[in-house]
Design a protein around this ligand. Structure first.
Ligand code: C2E
Ligand code: CA
Ligand code: CA
Length: 766
């Protein structure tokens, strides 16, 4: 138990510590993770910026070729002094090597007007309201301009009129009255191929050269769409705050990094513009995790280690908890288990019975304590093996007796516990009778009768007593000797009832008064004379104790107080007191020259087993100068049966000290002929039971005859107790009985009455 408690505390401490550690780990892991996620995001934004810058720088280099050509070309117009020279110069440009780079047309501006031949007439451009307006607008800006293309021209019109997409580069011509600026138009496809795909990064989800309108010039064929916003939508990025920011960044030529989620993963949209690329920008999308791969791998490793660690901790806790649970279960089972009989023990029974009564609270139940009679005697005389086989047998009978929602358990010292339901008290007794019958069928190596007494507590609906209390009451019912049990030694079914409660109160009261009563002389010795059938004279007397009740003036019989004194040990004092009083009477009477008959005194098993018993009785005998043979000590048959060896020594010593010995109540219980044969008793007193059967005399007479004949052989005097009827006297005479004791001759008498009775023995007549 103690060990379990220690383990318990240890487990608790370990569990708490482990919980704290894992909680700390989880918290720090979470913090680390969120820190590192932030770091990944920051790092990936910087990384994306670098990559996109790299892309746009590459594009810038390519575009530089065009812009520097265009600006050189614009320089060549400065020397033109009239319109013709301007137009000639334009024709020159058209023939230049730049046609390889897709140069398709050249026009010039003067005073807000567009001039020059084109693959498309100025009028149409004007009508469409597209290029013309923009180009004129541009011409007002006195700087190099890049950027208009005609991809945006409606499909139908484009098909009808212009088969080629063109890209316009504008450059101003300074300080010339014939020309304000020129515009060079390049084939978009050639322009694209000139820029090429080298700027693109392989690990990018998207890497595109876009117009500030969001149209993709050079992109990725995997996407169906050709505007940045549509591509984002295709990737599942639809949040307006993101798309509008992208849109805004493009129109405003902002450099920007925007975080978004694609398929639940962090991505960064990276946008770059620069002065050289004008209205062309680069839009790239990167997976943050892939960008910050090293950091990410590190974190993943840390997280993996942490997860493994946490799993180990959780597993450890789980194992601890399971072990504790198992241990507890084991302890619980052990606590409830009887190892000897492999069934429930008293504690286990109590717990089970509590559960059953909780479930079946409306049913009439009996909580029963079964006590195997003379269990100690059986153990001492027949050994553990025999007793264990008896216990196993009783257990088997209980297994057979128990039904559903009933239970039994094994207590100590020949005690079993049983919970049975029944219709009522009678029904319960019927069931117990069946059990009693089953138990009596035991066949052991040593032939003895199994007798069980049942202490019964009746449970009825609404009873709140704990089962442990019910067991206590049932034991009390078994132990308290009531009037009924005194009259019927074999009383089997002892119910805990109101009478028992009353008896307990009376016993408590008597126990309180016993010592004072002894001092105050409330215990008085009565004498019952015996009659000798052979010589027709008085044959001694038996001393019988009475307790005088001052309040009622009655003499209470031993049946009221003997069981209590036997259980609390006071009997020893009382026996010695009665014995001393008897010695006192004999010596006093002899001194007065009175007629004195031998006296028999009763000695309980408790008194007889005291180490000083024989010495004490001998000392008192000597003290009062009582002659040998004047005192007989009566032992009960049950005591003789259960303490055979002890009694044999006692009897020998008593004989040496001049006492006579007698075996009392013979035939009421054990009737062992061994006692008769081997214990050298002087007298055998037959229980009243023998003559109670005289109405059906055949069987009992034969036993009687054999007992008497054996007693005769052994030279023992045979006395019959409780003789009340003349016909019994006749029968006893015939059978050869020596002495009778009973109301027919004399009732137990007070000393005064007895003295008087003895004085008049001559008048004695049966
Ligand atoms: P016991 O030793 O068997 O005593 C005989 C009992 O039978 C006495 O009961 C007596 O009054 C009663 N008796 C005598 N003749 C008749 C009869 O004709 N008919 C009936 N029905 N009963 C008769 P009592 O005096 O009530 O004593 C009961 C028992 O108490 C005794 O049984 C004895 O075992 C015990 N006892 C009495 N005095 C003492 C004592 O001083 N010490 C001890 N240890 N036990 C005592
Ligand atoms: Ca007696
Ligand atoms: Ca007797």
């Amino acid at each position: 138990m103690k060990k379990t408690k220690k383990t318990d505390i240890f487990t608790k401490i370990v569990a708490i510590v482990v919980c704290f550690i894992s909680a700390a780990l989880i918290i720090s892991a979470t913090i680390m993770l969120s820190n590192h996620t932030n770091e990944i995001l920051l790092r990936s934004q910087t990384e994306a910026e670098n990559l996109t810058l790299d892309s746009i720088n590459k594009i810038e280099n390519k575009i530089d070729n065009y812009t520097s050509y265009v600006s050189t070309t614009s320089g060549s117009f400065q020397k033109c002094t009239n319109k013709n020279e301007v137009e000639m110069q334009i024709e020159q440009i058209k023939l230049s090597s730049f046609t390889e780079r897709g140069l398709k047309n050249v026009r010039y501006f003067l005073n807000g007007e567009i001039h020059g031949v084109a693959p498309w007439p100025v009028e149409i451009t004007k009508d469409l309201g597209l290029d013309y307006v923009k180009s004129v607008e541009h011409s007002k800006q006195e700087s190099l301009f890049l950027g208009t293309n005609f991809d945006e021209m409606p499909e139908t019109d484009k098909d009808k009129v212009f088969p080629v997409d063109l890209y316009e580069f504008y450059a101003p011509v300074y300080d010339n009255a014939n020309i304000d600026g020129i515009a060079l138009y390049f084939d978009t496809a050639v322009f694209r191929s000139q820029i090429g795909n080298e700027f693109r990064h392989d690990n990018a989800v998207l890497s595109a050269l876009v117009r500030d309108t969001g149209n993709v010039l050079i992109g990725d064929d995997t996407f169906q769409k050709n505007t940045v916003i549509d591509i984002l939508s295709e990737l599942g990025v639809n949040e307006t705050n993101i798309t509008s920011r992208v849109f805004h960044d493009l129109t405003e030529h902002n450099r920007d990094r925007i975080l978004c989620k694609i398929n639940g993963l962090n991505h960064v949209i990276s946008i770059e513009f620069n002065s050289a690329t004008k209205d062309l920008g680069v839009v790239e999308i990167y997976d943050c995790g892939a960008l910050a791969k090293e950091t990410n791998d590190l974190i993943n490793a840390i997280v993996a280690i942490l997860v493994i660690f946490i799993i180990i901790i959780i597993a450890t806790i789980a194992i601890l908890v399971i072990n504790r649970y198992r241990l507890q279960k084991k302890v619980n089972n052990a606590e409830k288990h009887d190892l000897l009989l492999d069934c429930l023990n008293k504690y286990g029974f109590t717990k089970e019975a509590e559960d059953i009564l909780h479930r079946e609270s409306g049913v009439y139940y009996g909580v029963i304590v079964l006590h195997i009679r003379h269990f100690k005697f059986l153990t001492e005389n027949y050994g553990e093996g025999e007793v264990n086989s008896l216990l196993n047998y009783v257990k088997l009978t209980l297994t057979k007796t128990c039904r559903i929602e009933e239970v039994y358990g094994h207590g100590e010292n020949g005690e079993f516990l049983l919970l049975l339901h029944a219709k009522d008290k009678e029904d319960l007794i019927d069931r117990l009778k069946i059990h009693s019958f089953l138990a009596s069928q035991y066949k052991g190596a040593h032939k003895f009768d199994v007798a069980i007494k049942y202490g019964i507590y009746e449970y009825q609906s609404g009873d709140q007593s704990p089962v442990s209390k019910m067991i206590e009451y049932a034991i009390e019912a078994n132990n308290t000797v009531t009037k009924a049990t005194v009259e019927n030694v074999d009383m089997q079914f002892n119910f805990y009832d109101d009478e028992l409660r009353k008896i307990r109160l009376i016993n408590d009261d008597m126990e309180l008064r016993q010592e004072t009563a002894l001092k105050d002389g409330e215990f008085q010795v009565f004498y019952q004379a015996k009659y000798n059938l052979k010589n027709h004279k008085q044959d001694g007397a038996e001393a019988l104790v009475r307790w005088y009740d001052k309040n009622t003036g009655e003499y209470n019989k031993p049946a009221l107080f003997m069981p209590l004194f036997e259980s609390n040990g006071f009997i020893e004092k009382l026996d010695k007191y009665v014995y001393t009083k008897v010695c006192e009477y004999i010596s006093y009477s002899l001194q007065q020259g009175r007629n004195v008959f031998p006296v028999s005194v009763n000695v309980s098993r408790i008194t007889a087993t005291q180490p000083d018993f024989v010495d004490y009785y001998t000392r008192i005998k000597k003290k009062y100068g009582i002659a040998n043979g004047a005192l007989t000590i009566e032992f009960t048959e049950s005591f003789a049966y259960e303490n055979y060896d002890v009694l044999k020594t006692i009897v020998d010593r008593l004989h040496k000290a001049g006492f006579q010995t007698s075996i009392d109540d013979f035939g009421c219980g054990y009737s062992s002929y061994r006692i008769l044969k081997e214990l050298p008793m002087d007298e055998i007193k037959l229980d009243k039971f023998f003559i109670d059967y005289s109405e059906n005399p055949e069987r009992i007479n034969s036993i009687f005859e054999s007992v008497i004949s054996l007693a005769k052989k052994l030279n023992m005097k045979v006395t019959q107790e409780g003789v009340e009827r003349p016909e019994d006297v006749e029968l006893l005479k015939k059978l050869g009985c020596d002495v009778i004791q009973g109301y027919i001759y004399s009732h137990p008498l007070s000393l005064t009455d007895y003295l008087h009775f003895v004085e008049n023995t001559k008048d004695h007549n049966l």
